[in-house]
Ligand binder design. Structure first.
Ligand code: CDP
Length: 214
């Protein structure tokens, strides 16, 4: 593969999305937020009055994803994140999304110098041969605080924060212990802990790392 492929993985609200956008811009890469695919499946199941733990409902939604707007802000809520994590634990759902992700990784548009995908299994399963693998994480309380501010802003209540914290812990547990494509550190992945760093510092360190290996 001649173009650059960056595989970026990490747990919920670790800062993957923001870092992925900054790296994509800096290195002129096409970006795929693979979490949006699973969120779209979860959203579609709920929207049709289905059950995200039912494989039948989830597979039906995954087969009919063509019309869903992946940039819809509704997909970003923590309740859709929870539904996404339930459908994402099903091998049949993951299988339906694999080809789309690999085709994206392998075929950057002509005006781009490569691709970047962010998710949970990019470095381990989707793009095991990616030149650059990054695993970004932070303590769960820090991640919950970031997601809480994103979703409720400065007027959010303590109870809303505690609900988000509980949801993230449940999601991490589900994502790390499922039998198919669990979230784990890929071999050769560069580990970044963002608990005590702001996004600019994280971006700067990652930019240097990518430039040194790519
Ligand atoms: O933005 P955040 O980190 O909260 O989540 P996301 O990346 O949008 O992913 C939502 C859910 O989709 C995750 O909790 C995973 O269960 C699932 N997912 C996955 O299984 N594999 C991926 N490559 C991406 C997301």
């Amino acid at each position: 593969m001649s173009h650059l492929v960056i595989a970026l993985d990490g747990p919920a609200a670790s800062g993957k999305g923001t870092l992925a956008r900054k790296l994509a811009k800096h290195f002129n890469l096409a970006l795929l937020d693979t979490g949006a695919l699973y969120r779209a499946v979860g959203w579609s199941v709920l929207n049709d009055g289905g059950d995200p733990t039912s494989e039948k409902d989830a597979v039906k939604a995954a087969k009919n994803m063509g019309n869903i707007d992946l940039s819809n802000r509704e997909l970003r809520t923590e309740s859709i994140g929870a539904a996404a994590s339930k459908v994402a634990s099903m091998p049949a759902v993951r299988q339906l999304l694999v080809d789309f992700q690999r085709t994206f990784a392998d075929n950057p548009p002509k005006d781009k110098d490569g691709t970047i995908l962010d998710g949970r299994d990019i470095g381990t399963v989707i793009c095991p041969d990616a030149q650059v693998k990054i695993f970004i994480t932070a303590e769960v309380e820090t991640r919950a605080k970031r997601r809480f501010l994103e979703e409720f802003g400065p007027k959010g209540t303590d109870q809303q924060y505690l609900n988000i914290l509980a949801d993230l812990k449940a999601r991490d547990e589900r994502d790390m212990t499922r039998s198919t494509s669990p979230l784990k550190l890929a071999e050769n992945a560069h580990l970044i802990d963002t608990t005590n760093s702001d996004i600019e510092a994280v971006f700067e360190a990652t930019r240097k790392y990518v430039s040194s290996v790519a």
